[in-house]
Design a protein around this ligand. Structure first.
Ligand code: ADP
Ligand code: ZN
Length: 701
């Protein structure tokens, strides 16, 4: 397939099925087409791939894509082929015959994109092959691998600078989701593209909800969480292998289809688990953080952190694995004193103590935030969010502060009187007056039992908050004993006041259930989405690809909303390009039609209305003959107009009415809402007519 004389915008629509570019995509594409070098920094799911895939299709010749992982190459090639694009990878997993096929396609100039690892790229056999290729663009995917300072350094990447020397006239595009300045400068320098245009997209992912809960009763909270999200895929990240296994087991016992994944299980079994996740067969995976790297599954709907990550980079990357398709997705972090102490200990022992402790502190800032969490998250990546996000637990349910001076004094005074000999657990024991081996020696302290009015769990939260506020330090080299700080002395001896955040009493999930937000009115009642998913799963197994390669969740949602009943309508669905239209649309159209038949033959009624209208019948006649309300007929007509059917709107609306509606529509900011227009026109034009006009404006913008 060649599309050489199509514009980027046309390819976006015809091949990928999208109407609009996302911010920066078009500019990046045009620069590549102008032979200019570019560096693209976009968050996961931001749409980096299209930036090089579209130039590859606009131009004649071959786009080389350097990619570090075989699984990533395979995913991308599969996705491209599912859109009818002649893409290949070249790696050591292929047989000689398969490699031959790739070479033939390069020689005959039919291959549009070729994915290859840096090692393979530099091998003599491949250098030979490339001599015959007409390369038009070199894309370096996961370009942060070039930086020694990054989290994913690959030494072979540092040799890629030879490309610019060998092919000075071929544009290079380096892409990554890692935003920091050191990495960016490394990329420019090592790739020898110092003059490249650098594009930095916002790292905000507004579709991800953010929330933090106390790390107590975790399994209960997890079960509640998954119960509200039936039939969705999610990952639960755990700190240890054992926790992965235990959590999976508890979920299984509760009747959920969950598996675990960690480095302790054999490679082929790991691959099988991953595969079942990708194919929507196992929806829930309890895993250590390695899981999810290098897979492109776009419909991961939620991420739970069973334990706190050690820094914000890791956290951001892990939650970033949810919602690549842009649909609402949820993230939940459990925050506990135990994790904080353990992570601090790791940091102390890491050999980079200052740095790691500082990073951990930022993670705690996020967890303890009294303001919008997204502000904290983005500020870490040097971005400022002006408005509160409205999609985090703090925005939805702001924490209540209270004067906690007395609580704090009780705790600090106990530490002081013990001669700074208490750990967090024995401190709480002393406050609660519970006699145990740990607290026995402190039973005569004046403060013993002074905090009985507060529960053990609540004390844990307050102690955590105190730690976070710097009211004491933990001596990791002295049995984790708590030591007073200059701030604690101010509270004890100088009357300084301290605010604490009220511990929330009820375990209540404030986030509105996912499905409800995705499709507010109908999702649960209509099972159309489930039916569409079923067909997707069937097609996926028939074509041997993961379901999201057939269509993303976002595309299924659009089908659910728009209910296309023929190919014309189906072509307007987001994510449907020509190739998928031809191959898959009929299956989904059948589902939609079956849905309408079930719903009192509404879909057929629409068709029948249009046929009768085209045959010259009036609205009243149609309504009578089909035994439906006139308003129903009008709504069919409106739909027909919106779909660009050959309907003369002036059969139904006077010219003056049309003009008035149009004026009101524009004055009201071009919103497709009936009531404001109805009101503005002082009820002089009926709703039905306004609806027709709006459909007409929509179809003829
Ligand atoms: P990244 O490589 O940056 O993680 P992808 O290129 O995989 O992101 O894109 C993420 C998702 O966004 C994909 O499902 C892709 O099809 C979709 N997408 C990309 N560009 C657009 C666009 N202009 N309009 C709609 N969807 C898009
Ligand atoms: Zn917020």
């Amino acid at each position: 397939m060649t599309s050489n004389n199509l514009s980027p915008k046309e390819i976006l629509k015809n091949t990928f099925g999208f109407d609009e570019f996302r911010p920066m995509q078009e500019e990046i594409i045009n620069q590549a087409l102008n032979n200019e070098d570019t560096v693209v920094l976009m968050p996961t799911g931001g749409g980096k791939s299209l930036c090089f895939q579209i130039p590859a299709l606009v131009r004649d010749g071959l786009t080389l894509v350097i990619s570090p992982l075989i699984s990533l190459m395979q995913d991308q090639v599969m996705a491209l082929r599912s859109n009818g694009i002649n893409a290949f990878f070249f790696n050591s997993t292929q047989s000689a015959a398969e490699q031959r096929e790739v070479v033939d396609n390069i020689m005959s100039n039919e291959a549009k994109l070729l994915y290859v690892s840096p090692e393979k790229l530099m091998s003599p056999e491949f250098t030979g092959i490339l001599q015959h290729a007409n390369i038009n663009l070199i894309a370096i995917d996961e370009a942060h691998c070039i930086s020694q300072w990054g989290h994913d350094f690959r030494p072979e990447y540092t040799k890629l600078g030879f490309l610019k020397q060998k092919y000075p006239n071929i544009p290079v595009m380096a892409l990554t989701a890692t935003a920091d300045k050191i990495t960016r400068n490394d990329i420019l320098k090592q790739m020898k593209i110092e003059h490249a245009h650098v594009h930095i997209a916002s790292f905000d992912r507004p579709n991800l909800s953010l929330s933090v809960e106390q790390g107590t009763d975790k399994i209960k909270k997890i079960l509640k969480f998954v119960e509200k999200r039936p039939n969705t895929s999610g990952i639960i990240y755990c700190l240890s292998r054992k926790e992965c296994e235990l959590t999976a087991e508890k979920l299984q016992t509760a009747g959920y289809n969950a598996e675990y994944y960690h480095a302790g299980i054999k490679a082929d079994e790991r691959a099988a688990v991953q595969n079942r996740f990708i194919k929507d067969e196992t929806p829930i995976i309890c895993a250590t953080i390695a899981f999810g790297m290098g897979i492109d599954k776009s419909n991961v709907r939620w991420i739970i952190h069973h334990n706190m990550p050690k820094n914000m980079e890791g956290f951001y990357q892990e939650i970033g694995r949810a919602g690549r398709d842009g649909l609402p997705s949820d993230t939940l972090l459990f925050y506990s004193l135990r994790d904080v102490i353990q992570l601090r200990q790791f940091a102390e022992d890491s050999g980079q103590k200052e740095l790691q402790l500082e990073k951990l502190q930022r993670m705690q800032d996020y967890s303890e935030s009294p303001v919008c969490r997204r502000k904290i998250l983005l500020s870490y990546f040097n971005e400022t969010l002006e408005e509160d996000c409205g999609n985090c637990d703090v925005c939805k349910n702001p924490p209540k502060q209270f004067d906690g001076t007395i609580q704090v004094q009780k705790a600090l005074s106990s530490i002081y009187r013990s001669g700074e000999n208490l750990s967090t657990t024995s401190l709480i024991g002393v406050l609660r007056g519970s006699l145990s081996q740990q607290t026995f020696e402190f039973k005569d302290l004046k403060t013993f039992g002074i905090g009985q009015d507060t529960s053990f769990k609540d004390w844990q939260q307050y102690v955590l908050q105190m730690l976070h506020q710097g009211l004491f330090d933990i001596a990791y080299d002295d049995h984790n004993k708590l030591k007073l700080t200059s701030l604690s002395k101010k509270v004890l001896f100088e009357g300084k006041n301290i605010s604490l955040v009220q511990v929330k009493k009820k375990v209540k999930e404030k986030v509105e259930p996912l499905a409800k937000r995705v499709r507010k009115e109908k999702a649960i009642k209509s099972n159309l989405f489930d039916e569409l998913r079923k067909v997707r799963t069937e097609l996926a197994s028939r074509f041997n690809v993961p379901p999201y390669v057939i269509f993303s969740d976002a595309t299924l949602r659009d089908i659910e909303d728009s209910k296309p009943i023929d190919e014309n309508e189906f072509a307007n669905i987001s994510g449907v390009g020509d190739y998928k239209l031809e191959r898959y649309s009929s299956y989904f159209i059948d589902v939609v039609n079956a849905y309408f038949t079930k719903k009192k033959g509404l879909g057929n009624a629409y068709k029948a209305t249009l046929e009768m209208y085209k045959g010259g019948s009036t609205v009243t006649e149609i309504a009578k003959s089909r035994k439906v309300q006139e308003t129903t007929v009008m709504s069919h007509i409106a739909k027909g107009i919106g779909n660009g059917e050959d309907i003369d709107i002036f059969d139904f609306v006077e010219i003056d009415e049309y003009k008035n509606v149009k004026r009101a529509f524009i004055e009201l900011g071009r919103e497709f809402k009936l009531k404001p227009i109805y009101d503005k026109l002082e009820e002089t034009v009926e709703y039905g007519k306004i609806r027709l006009c709006l459909s007409h404006f929509n179809a003829n913008p």
